[in-house]
Design a protein around this ligand. Structure first.
Ligand code: ADP
Length: 264
């Protein structure tokens, strides 16, 4: 039996803005393309698989990729209580993303106040229900959204995703100092694309290196939450919009996220 890593925080703490979640977990990165959205969505699905009630908010308003990863589409409707009805994965996990409000190839140009407004609206006006976790996929790099979030909800912690390469690590260090600056606790670092095991010969190849994030985390005095190998199954699942199916059904693909979930 798997033990549910639900945080023992009373939902009431977030009551003043109407959001009822025991834990708010941000997933950020210093730059794009390191697998932040894949980690955010997979972590949310894993927590759900472990028995928690989970909501997923895609705050990467510049490049919302959560709907694609999960194969979700549709327009959120407004309920009689004037709440935004999120799109529900398998009729269950509430998901909210700017991707549901835009045409597929529509670009967004945000001014600060609009960005602030859309993020707070996603938080306050979405009918999230009562959650154990709200997982938030952050835009890479910039601090605007982190600042808005820190002003609106007590964030439990930020998970910073990076790859093992030195340049990626430097960007991750910037992301960590950004979170610290806006008083968001750093939950720890995740090293994505941390090695590759050849499915034919079983040999390990450290394509982008390995271990850099663990060392950097130690240097910075933040927890190291675990590594995630390059995984073709994960990449194909994301491209096909079938990440949920893979995380629910494939214990091997899910294992690294269970490790992160437990370390939160
Ligand atoms: P970000 O949110 O940081 O921009 P994404 O999560 O969108 O990054 O990932 C970028 C691409 O890399 C996607 O196509 C995704 O499927 C792929 N990817 C991410 N992590 C892995 C991994 N561990 N193994 C294989 N492909 C991955």
């Amino acid at each position: 039996e798997i033990e549910t890593p639900v945080h023992a925080r009373p939902p009431a703490r977030l009551g003043q803005i109407g959001l009822r979640a025991k834990s708010v977990i941000l997933v950020g990165s210093g730059k794009g393309g390191v697998g932040k959205s894949t980690v955010a969505a997979s972590l949310a699905l894993t927590l759900q698989r472990l028995g928690a009630k989970v909501g997923l908010m895609d705050a990467d308003v510049y490049g919302p990729s959560v709907p694609h990863l999960l194969g979700l589409q549709g327009r959120p409707s407004i309920s009689e209580a004037k709440k935004i009805e999120p799109i529900r994965l398998n009729g269950e996990m509430p998901v909210m993303s700017m991707g549901f409000l835009l045409e597929p190839d529509q670009a967004v140009i945000w001014r600060g106040p609009m960005l602030h407004g859309s993020i707070t609206q996603f938080l306050k006006d979405t009918d999230w229900g009562e959650l154990d976790y709200l997982v938030i996929d952050m835009p890479p790099g910039t601090g605007d959204v982190a600042l808005t979030l820190s002003q609106n909800v007590p964030v439990t912690g930020a998970v910073v995703v990076c790859t093992p390469q030195e340049v990626a690590l430097l960007d991750a260090v910037k992301a960590i100092s950004m979170f610290k600056k806006v008083n968001i606790p750093v939950a720890g670092m995740v090293e994505n694309m941390s090695g590759f095991q050849c499915p034919d010969c079983g040999k390990n190849y450290d394509i982008f290196g390995r271990g850099g994030a663990r060392n950097k985390a130690e240097e910075l005095g933040v927890p190291y939450l675990g590594g995630l190998p390059i995984d073709i199954v994960l990449r194909e699942a994301g491209d096909a919009g079938e990440l949920a199916k893979v995380i629910y059904e494939d214990a091997r693909a899910r294992a690294p996220f269970e490790q992160v979930a437990r370390a939160l």
